[in-house]
Design a protein around this ligand. Structure first.
Ligand code: CP3
Length: 346
């Protein structure tokens, strides 16, 4: 990877520099809160078709950059392209979220491919290539994947659930089978992220959106260890890879990630107290987060208070301003504009 970061504040921060203003981007920054996203989304027959069409995915990636000038773009795709590229049918029902053919036994696991279908994913790499040529020179490009536990939880349940109960139960009842699935996802994720770097991304984020439902005795095995294995695997071919780990809901267990060699920065979810993270996490690594997406919906004094609390805790050491989870469709555009101005101190 090209380690030069010219003048990209997002990359300089990941590399440990303190910039005059924190760099800023938002999880799910391309999405339904943007009218221009809804307009192009309506032209594709399905969400996966949309993700796999480079012209549309490139446009979706660039839309929030044009409108708000964020410091980083995140390639437009979804974490569930991995099960799709492993041969498990994935679809998105309007207003209902993802649907997969649930894996319930050894036969379901055996039906998966051993390696990713690169045919299926070639459009993702083409999107990265197109975005790179169109981005402003100060804007970084982020790639991503879902962490094995989070992706597996959708593969087992076949849909989103309140607490990923089906995958937790499966992991207790069939630990060896579940380990096989996790190992397959580790290998696939290393391959996928390495190819994203080759295609031109400058950092990646690993989304473990459901890490928080794992009880103490299971957390290290299913969240920490697979992410550690991915980090080691990616760094074997991209030694200076910048990798952000986002184990949502990990709470005090974030400290385990903060000490993991090879993890560049830690994403903080909404529940994390910035004062705690400034003490326990930031001395080890740059942090990213963690505004409540609903404070951004609310706007007004509640939003200003929340922004100032984060800035007050993290300023002076490397940090990236972000939400604590994805922006929601109801978010008023003026509130995002206000956020950008306040974080940049305008
Ligand atoms: O702008 C960006 O952040 C890049 C694109 C991106 C999407 N999904 C687009 C998307 C990223 C990084 C993701 C990650 C993702 N996808 C996660 C991890 C982060 C998190 O939110 O916890 C998860 C768990 C998924 C799986 C997923 N994809 C679900 C559960 C849903 C349905 C819920 C919803 O918001 O509708 C999706 C669909 C999805 N992925 C949409 C977008 C913009 C909305 C679908 C649409 O526009 O029709």
């Amino acid at each position: 990877m090209d380690k030069s970061h010219a003048n990209k504040p997002f990359l300089r921060t990941l590399d440990g520099e303190v910039t005059s203003k924190p760099p800023l981007w938002m999880m799910r920054q391309a999405g339904r809160y943007l009218p221009e996203y809804r307009a192009i989304r309506a032209t594709a027959p399905s969400f996966l078709d949309f993700c796999y069409t480079p012209r549309l995915a490139t446009e979706a990636t660039l839309q929030p950059i044009r409108r708000f000038g964020f410091d980083a773009a995140i390639m437009f795709s979804d974490i569930l392209v991995i099960p799709d590229a492993l041969g498990q049918a994935v679809s998105f029902e309007q207003g209902e979220g993802p649907r997969l053919e649930p894996i319930s036994d050894a036969a379901g696991l055996a039906a998966l491919r051993d390696t990713l279908s690169l045919d299926r994913l070639s459009s993702v790499f083409e999107t990265i290539d197109r975005v790179k040529t169109a981005l402003p020179k100060e804007t970084a490009l982020i790639g991503f994947c879902g962490a094995p536990w989070t992706v597996a939880s959708y593969m087992i349940a076949g849909r989103g659930t309140p607490d990923q109960g089906p995958a937790r139960l499966f992991s207790y009842l069939h630990p060896e089978l579940f380990q096989k699935l996790i190992d397959l996802l580790v290998t696939a994720s290393v391959d996928y992220l390495t190819r994203q770097f080759s295609a031109g991304v400058e950092a990646v984020q690993i989304f473990d959106s459901w890490a928080g439902v794992l009880p103490a005795g299971e957390f290290e095995r299913w969240s920490l260890a697979p992410i550690k294995a991915i980090v080691e695997g990616v760094r074997a071919s991209v030694p200076d890879a910048r990798i952000i780990a986002f184990p949502r809901g990990a709470g005090s267990r974030l400290a385990l990630f903060a000490k993991l060699p090879g993890v560049t920065a830690i994403g903080l979810d909404t529940s994390i107290d910035p004062a705690w993270a400034a003490r326990e996490i930031q001395p080890h690594k740059p942090v990213q987060g963690n505004l409540d997406p609903l404070a951004l919906v609310a706007g007004g004094p509640a939003l200003d208070r929340a922004i100032d609390l984060i800035h007050g805790a993290f300023a002076g050491k490397p940090y990236i301003f972000n939400l604590g989870h994805g922006i929601v469709p109801e978010t008023p555009l003026e509130h995002v504009e206000h956020l950008v101005q306040r974080v940049r101190g305008a």
